[in-house]
Design a protein around this ligand. Structure first.
Ligand code: GLC
Length: 576
């Protein structure tokens, strides 16, 4: 029997608050220092009480873990690190019984090099059907010693690796990411059939949707032409990158020439086919695109009525703490989504980005570093947290669906002093440490302040106690442990809980956004109403007058409002 609240006019995902779980780092139930599916099951009550509507799990499939599971060796098996299919089924059914939907990650652009298909391709001659499932090409130059084109890997280094055939150098294969992540050939019908079968495998088990990894990457331009642009998955710099899509960059012309491996028109055919697969199932199943594309209008193409249901709003994420950029991102997203009849989505952090609490505490709070280490500028933790909490009130008041990255409800900062010896992200190694990488946002969560590993691991301790968490936690995590915040007025977790309660009570997720008279981004003020709630965000440097006799519903911190004024770096919800 379904425990889900009826949504008479719109499907659940149109307004859902979706919590991203990074399984390695969420909760460890078997004491080996690595998060697992049973750990997730044990925390579902916590998540339901937080007031979120769904969880999205980053990959937990069989994988050599060269890119923390985004290198899948078998799409239908659970990696023993995380448990097994029975653990998954139990987690899914418990989530459903608590009224939480479950979205799983799908990684269709590439497999692991340890996937059976790739192993078969390596053992097969060039031109064989097994090779045709991937992007194998002959090299250029004498004896094919040069890679087939000049593409660079998003993680740094070249995008091609040469294989050995019968003991001598042979063809090259494309990997937009790590060497251990060969790109699939989406010109091959067998690849389409296999991925649709994978969709059905998880749909049959009862999942409510898929987060589609690198959704803009599967189709490559015919002839694989050279390209001089430099691509990063996300970037705050001014090079010709995918992140040049953020509002502040919109004065810039689109990439010229456009990337030959991202956002090709051909990808949309794939999503139309997947849309038809999902339609065969009941319960409003959904697809959400991870697509770092240039323009909001291009992104909106992914959520046309016959394609995906949602796409992450990286424009909003990249806006940083800046009233004009935030306001522009809201305007652009609402407009572009409305044009195709899709609800907007909002997100501030994920497992690929420096946590926004830390980004917002940098001298330039719109900066987008690729990781932070001890040699880099260290964020102002308190300032970053204050701004992050204000941005949360902005986000949760917006109509549409919002994504929360695990730990942000505790106000967790990035681990900004993680030593190189602990780093695991391939981008750190492939750039010789120039990019610090994404490990700092992937540190295991603190659940209990006074326990070893801040209570990340539970279950029967192994001999000698639980293993240390797979990445070390900074000492500051003690202040943010879930048990120190629970029930404490003014804590970040209580702010999230209250905001989600008000959001649900007033159905803000399906509400209507209208800029309020106070809206003045040039002066650092973002202000809008959504039904009975008006949000005022003070990203400026002077206190902001609240309307006379304003009824404060929620403030971003206990001292944000005093004597009728809203302090800088704060936000407030007042009754409209
Ligand atoms: C996506 C994932 C990222 C991964 C990459 C390659 O961008 O979010 O974590 O490294 O794809 O699969």
């Amino acid at each position: 029997m379904s425990t889900f609240q009826p949504t008479p006019t719109k499907p659940w995902w149109a307004s859902a608050v979706i919590y991203q779980i990074y399984p390695r780092s969420f909760a460890d139930a078997n004491g080996d220092g690595m998060g697992d599916l049973s750990g997730i099951s044990g925390k579902l009550e916590y998540l339901a009480a937080l007031g979120i509507n769904a969880i999205w799990l980053s990959p937990f499939y069989l994988s050599p873990q060269a890119d923390a599971g985004y290198d899948v060796a078998d799409y239908r098996r659970v990696d023993p690190l995380f448990g097994d299919l029975q653990d998954f089924d139990e987690m899914l059914s418990k989530a459903h019984s608590l009224g939480l939907r479950v979205i799983v990650d799908l990684v269709p652009n590439h497999t692991s090099d340890e996937h059976a298909w790739f192993q078969e391709a390596l053992a097969s001659p060039s031109g064989s059907p097994a090779r045709d499932r991937y992007m194998f090409r002959d090299g250029r130059g004498i004896d094919g010693v040069e890679p087939p084109n000049n593409w660079r890997s998003i993680f740094g280094g070249g995008a091609w690796t040469r294989v050995t055939e019968n003991g001598v150098p042979g063809q090259w294969y494309l990997h937009l990411f790590d060497t251990k992540q060969p790109d699939l050939n989406w010109e091959n019908p067998e690849v389409h059939a296999e991925m649709e079968s994978v969709l059905r495998f998880w749909l049959d088990r009862g999942v409510d949707g898929f987060r589609v990894d690198v959704a803009h990457g599967m189709v490559k331009a015919a002839g694989l032409p050279d390209w001089e642009g430099q691509t990063a998955m996300v970037s705050g710099d001014e090079t010709n990158t995918l992140a040049s899509q953020s509002p502040a960059h919109q004065q810039k012309p689109a990439m010229d020439p456009p990337s030959p491996f991202f956002d090709q028109d051909g990808v949309h055919e794939i999503y139309r086919a997947w849309n038809r697969v999902l339609k065969e199932y009941d319960g409003d199943r959904m697809l959400v695109a991870e697509a770092w594309v240039e323009q909001p209008e291009r992104l909106a193409l992914y959520v046309r009525p016959d394609e995906m249901q949602q796409a992450f709003n990286f424009d909003f994420l990249l806006a940083g703490w800046d009233a004009q950029r935030m306001a522009a991102a809201v305007d652009n997203s609402l407009l572009a989504n409305a044009a195709v009849g899709a609800p907007a989505t909002w997100v501030l952090s994920n497992h690929d980005t420096v946590r926004h609490t830390s980004r917002f505490g940098l001298l330039d709070p719109t900066a987008f570093p690729k990781g932070i280490s001890a040699e880099d500028e260290q964020p102002d933790e308190a300032l970053g947290l204050a701004r992050a909490r204000a941005a949360t009130l902005l986000m949760f008041a917006l109509p549409g669906s919002a994504y929360v990255y695990q730990g942000e409800e505790l106000g967790l900062p990035e681990h900004t002093t993680l030593e190189a010896a602990f780093r695991q992200d391939p981008s750190f190694f492939r750039t010789n440490g120039v990019e610090r990488g994404r490990d700092g946002c992937r540190v295991p969560l603190p659940w209990k302040a006074s326990e070893p590993g801040y209570g990340f691991s539970s279950g029967t301790p192994k001999e000698g106690g639980h293993a240390a968490p797979w990445l070390p936690q900074p000492p500051s995590f003690a202040h943010y442990a879930a048990d120190t915040e629970a029930g404490v007025a003014g804590s970040t977790v209580e702010l999230y809980r209250s905001a989600l309660e008000v959001r649900a009570a007033h159905a803000l997720g399906v509400g209507t956004h209208a800029w309020a008279p106070q809206h003045d981004p040039g002066a650092g003020v973002v202000a809008f109403s959504n039904g009975p709630i008006t949000v005022l965000v003070n990203a400026g440097s002077v206190p902001l007058d609240l309307p006379p006799a304003a009824e404060v519903v929620l403030a971003s911190t206990l001292d944000s409002v005093s004597q009728g004024k809203l302090a800088p770096n704060s936000a407030v919800w007042i009754a409209s």
